[in-house]
Design a protein around this ligand. Structure first.
Ligand SMILES: Nc1ncnc2c1ncn2[C@@H]1O[C@H](COP(=O)(O)OP(=O)(O)OP(=O)(O)O)[C@@H](O)[C@H]1O
Ligand SMILES: [Mg+2]
Length: 496
């Protein structure tokens, strides 16, 4: 027996894991063992009881055979009536008949010939017949008389006796009760042994596992609560090793996350102050435009633009670090006007260069948070405009960003396509991860990460098509929003 001595060190490691257990495994298995033993007992009781009955009847026939020998030895009708009666009562029979080839001899009879309720021939009875006869005997009404036929002595054909069933029935009942009690005792003992073995081999190690899980779960940063595997080779031993590995990697991950959070906080603070310093520098450089020195005047716009970019970089990082977005507030809104609004915001930038085309049907409505959806579309369309501004459109096509929408599977599919150069390969791999997907100069690499997060809050998905946009040949982004739009990953689904 392998008791699997896994050890959990540290406070609170004991007795927590079993707190919620009501009807434990041990009790359940002991109850099952008893039930199974009783079922087995019922299954074997039918033939056993039938055999017991046949043996009892054979004893009666043996006694009747002896009596028949006595009667046969005496000359005909010379046995005194008293003796005949006491022989009959010692056999327990009302009459004994000996059948030879020629005659059928009534050896003795009580005053009244009895009324026969059932006949049973021991010479021919098979197992099924014996079983049904035994159950009839157990459940039949009281006072029945059984006519029993069996092999006879002295070359006679058969011997036949009529007996009361009551003593047979009592013997059978006593036998059944004894068997039942015996089975209960044996199965109780087996259940006790099974419980003992189960406790030692399974329950104790499992309890150690649950204790460790609960204790470590309550204090996941505490390395002393990691389970020490017992080294056992059975399933629980394997589970202990797997748990130890998992707890260790969780511990490492947690400490890494803690360091990163601290680092993030520090970066956010530096960013904040840096942004303020840059803003003051921008104010100063604005005034350079009024200088009389022509060189200073010509440098001023470039300085302002550079500072502008630096400030917006700081601002984006700060916004992203501002922890979670506010919870979405869902409402039904028309999609096409919202796209118009986004495009109007971007028009001054792409004026005269990029055509922004809104082909979303006017009747498509969507259940979403208006501000979130605006930001999603703004980020994606602005990327397309940026790409067209810097790399220009494909030859033969003007600079175009086109938004289409359609109902799909009860939800809405929005496609944003452009005629630009497409997303560069180096940006594709981690396109939707913060600070990872950026591949354009001056970009922070946050726009698509934010958009993708917001789409997921709506229960939808943002993806970049592997194929270039049809007709336009540039990048094609798809937003799939489900019908309700209310399955947020933060579990929020408020309606105004
Ligand atoms: N329509 C597009 N065509 C070509 N490249 C694109 C397009 N959309 C995105 N990209 C590429 O994906 C990168 C990631 O975009 P993302 O919006 O996440 O960051 P960004 O635009 O660089 O910075 P910002 O955080 O300011 O938006 C971009 O740098 C650009 O290289
Ligand atoms: Mg962007």
């Amino acid at each position: 027996m392998d008791s699997g001595e896994a050890r959990i060190v540290g406070p609170g490691a004991n007795s927590i894991g079993t707190a919620g257990v009501q009807f434990g495994l041990g009790g359940r298995i002991a109850a099952l063992v008893i039930v199974f033993a009783l079922l087995a007992e019922i299954a074997i009781s039918a033939p056993t009881i039938a055999n017991f009955r046949n043996a009892w009847l054979r004893d009666r026939l043996a006694a009747a055979n002896t009596a028949a020998l006595v009667f046969a030895a005496a000359p005909a009708d010379m046995v005194p009536e008293d003796l005949a009666r006491s022989i009959l009562s010692s056999v327990g029979a009302h009459l004994i008949v000996l059948k030879t080839k020629e005659t059928r001899r009534l050896l003795a009879a009580s005053d009244m010939p009895p009324k026969i309720d059932e006949a049973f021939d021991l010479r021919t009875a098979g197992l099924m017949e014996s079983i049904t006869a035994a159950f009839r005997c157990l459940f039949a009404p009281e006072g029945r008389i059984l006519n029993l036929i069996g092999p006879a002595p002295m070359g006679a054909e058969y011997i036949e006796i009529a007996i009361d069933e009551a003593p047979l029935r009592k013997a059978m009942t006593d036998y059944s009760v004894t068997m039942l009690l015996l089975t209960l005792m044996i199965s109780g003992a087996a259940a006790g042994l099974a419980l003992f073995a189960l406790r030692r081999m399974v329950l104790a190690p499992v309890r150690r596992l649950t204790d460790s899980i609960t204790a470590f779960g309550a204090e996941p940063g505490n390395a002393t609560l990691i389970i020490e595997p017992s080294g056992a080779s059975h399933e629980i031993g394997v589970a202990e090793r797997a748990l130890a590995t998992m707890q260790l990697s969780l511990l490492r991950e947690l400490s890494r996350a803690k360091h990163l959070a601290a680092l993030g906080l520090a970066v956010a603070k530096i960013n904040h102050d840096l942004r303020n310093i840059l803003t003051s520098a921008q104010l100063l450089s604005d005034r350079m435009a009024a200088l009389s020195d022509p060189l200073g005047r010509s440098l001023a716009p470039r300085l302002v633009a550079t500072l502008d970019r630096a400030i917006s970089y700081c601002q984006s990082t700060l916004n992203y670090g501002k922890a979670a977005e506010r919870d979405p507030v869902f409402a039904r809104l028309a999609l096409a006007p919202l796209i118009d609004e986004v495009m109007a915001t971007l028009t001054p930038r792409g004026e005269g260069v990029t055509r922004l085309i809104n082909e979303a049907p006017r009747d498509v409505e969507i259940r979403a948070d208006q501000e979130h959806l605006f930001r999603i579309l703004l980020n994606i369309i602005r990327n397309a405009v940026d790409a067209l501004d810097s790399a220009g459109p494909r030859p033969g096509i003007g600079a175009i960003v086109r938004v289409r929408a359609q109902r799909e599977n009860g939800g809405v599919l929005v496609e944003i396509a452009d005629s630009g150069p497409g997303v560069p390969a180096r940006a594709r791999a981690r396109l939707f991860e913060a600070f990872q997907g950026g591949a354009r100069p001056g970009g922070v690499g946050l726009g698509l990460a934010i958009a993708s997060d917001l789409v997921r809050t709506h229960g939808g998905e943002l993806s970049l098509s592997d194929e270039p946009a049809p007709e336009l040949g540039g990048a094609l982004f798809r937003i799939v929003l489900p019908a309700s739009g209310a399955r947020g990953h933060n579990g929020n689904s408020r309606s105004p």
